[in-house]
Design a protein around this ligand. Structure first.
Ligand SMILES: Nc1ncnc2c1ncn2[C@@H]1O[C@H](COP(=O)(O)OP(=O)(O)OP(=O)(O)O)[C@@H](O)[C@H]1O
Ligand SMILES: [Mg+2]
Length: 370
């Protein structure tokens, strides 16, 4: 029989309630029929596939009641949809490429499946706090036009023995009820090493249950997880993720773009963004955002036309130099100068720390930081 393979695969998908498989092989069958000179049958099949896909999309927009913790009655997750363009992330080139590849793989999952390649749509992000992991989860959901179901770690982890595993099951079942992105933020809280000496058997059970839930996910649920403590993750957990992405502190180019974005055209003209970007080395995206937003707030409340260089530099110095206000004037001047000789000129230092330019020069000379 012609096209026996496709018919068999469609049947197999139907018997195992795997909608994606059914639709993928139906598309493949349509393509073969068309190639063999039967465009009418091909179109008939494609119409049915389109109907199926539209229904999936509609179902994904319908939010059913969120599951709750049995004891506290708190919701185990939040759900929100994001429009493309609503989430603006500044990526470095390799992260951008990796995230785009993840999205491309999911969009093309039907073709991949038809080609016999199985895809587990899962991404694990790790790296220091405030560098955009949570934002990337929103971005992925927006790109895929799927709702983002963010687990609430605090309500997920129940103080009652055994309830955490039950909560995980409820959460995963809810996620599987329609296509969505399930986001497990602060993932280490539930995925800690099983041999952690300080924890009891409960934690081991939680990890085992997490593994089982991940394994039971179908290809309609995109799984995204994020952690700041990747060394705490169980090795078996790592293996479950097809895509792993380390998100580091922003590069110089990224910091410049972040500054541009967060200062929103209000940067003081006397301060080149390039120098500011150099001086923010080691700051996270979240730190840079806070710096810029605080400066903008001050400008608005003081009814200034824009951010003043004094305010911005003082905030930068306070952020980058530990306990700036408790240091001696000499140490304050020297550390600001070391941070950026271009930004912290003698004139500016005199203004910032209320000393004469002559004294600044003398103190810097003594420190050897002129
Ligand atoms: N690369 C980035 N591009 C754009 N915005 C960023 C970036 N990194 C950080 N931010 C800003 O910092 C804020 C915090 O970032 P986010 O919550 O995504 O960090 P995170 O890596 O998830 O941190 P944590 O590990 O603490 O949860 C965001 O709301 C965003 O405004
Ligand atoms: Mg986060």
């Amino acid at each position: 029989m012609q096209h026996f393979l496709e018919v068999l695969k469609i049947l197999d998908g139907a018997v195992n309630a795997d909608r994606n498989k059914v639709l993928a092989y139906a598309e493949q069958l349509a393509a073969k029929l068309e190639a063999n000179g039967d465009p009418r049958s091909a179109e008939g099949i494609r119409r049915t596939v389109r109907k199926g896909r539209t229904r999936d999309l509609e179902a994904s927009r319908m939010t059913s009641a969120l599951p709750v913790d049995g004891e506290s009655r708190l919701a185990l997750a939040d759900e929100r949809s994001y429009a493309a363009g609503e989430v603006r992330i500044v990526f470095d080139a390799s992260s951008a490429e990796r995230v785009a590849e993840f999205v491309r793989n999911i969009r093309g999952s039907a073709e991949l499946m038809a080609g016999g390649v199985n895809l587990s749509p899962s991404l694990l992000m790790y790296g220091p706090p405030g560098c955009g992991k949570t934002e990337i989860a929103k971005y992925v959901a927006a790109q895929l036009d799927l709702p983002l179901l963010t687990a609430r770690t605090d309500s997920l982890i129940s103080s009652y023995l055994g309830s955490t595993a039950k909560n995980l099951r409820l959460l995963f079942e809810h996620a599987m009820s329609r296509p969505c992105v399930l986001f497990l933020d602060e993932f280490d809280a539930v995925a800690k090493l099983r041999d952690d000496q300080h924890e009891l058997g409960e934690l081991k059970r939680v990890v085992v249950s997490l593994l089982q839930n991940i394994d039971a996910l179908d290809s309609n649920t995109v799984l995204v997880a994020a952690t700041n403590h990747e060394h705490l993750l169980d090795r078996a957990i790592w293996r479950r993720f097809a895509f792993r992405l380390q998100i580091g502190l922003p590069t110089l180019v990224a910091r410049r773009t972040l500054l541009e974005q967060f200062l929103a055209g209000q940067a003081p003209p006397a301060i080149p963004l390039e120098d500011l970007a150099i001086a923010t080395e080691g700051m996270s995206g979240a730190d840079i955002r806070t710096l810029c937003e605080e400066a903008r707030r001050t400008a608005i409340l003081n009814r200034q036309t824009g951010i003043t260089d004094r305010d911005l530099l003082l905030r930068l110095a306070r952020n980058r130099i530990a306990d700036l206000d408790t240091l001696s004037t000499r140490d304050q001047l020297a550390s600001a100068r070391r941070l950026s000789p271009k930004l912290f000129t003698v004139r500016r230092l005199a203004d910032l720390f209320s000393v004469s330019t002559g004294k600044v020069s003398t103190l810097l000379r003594k420190e050897g930081t002129t």
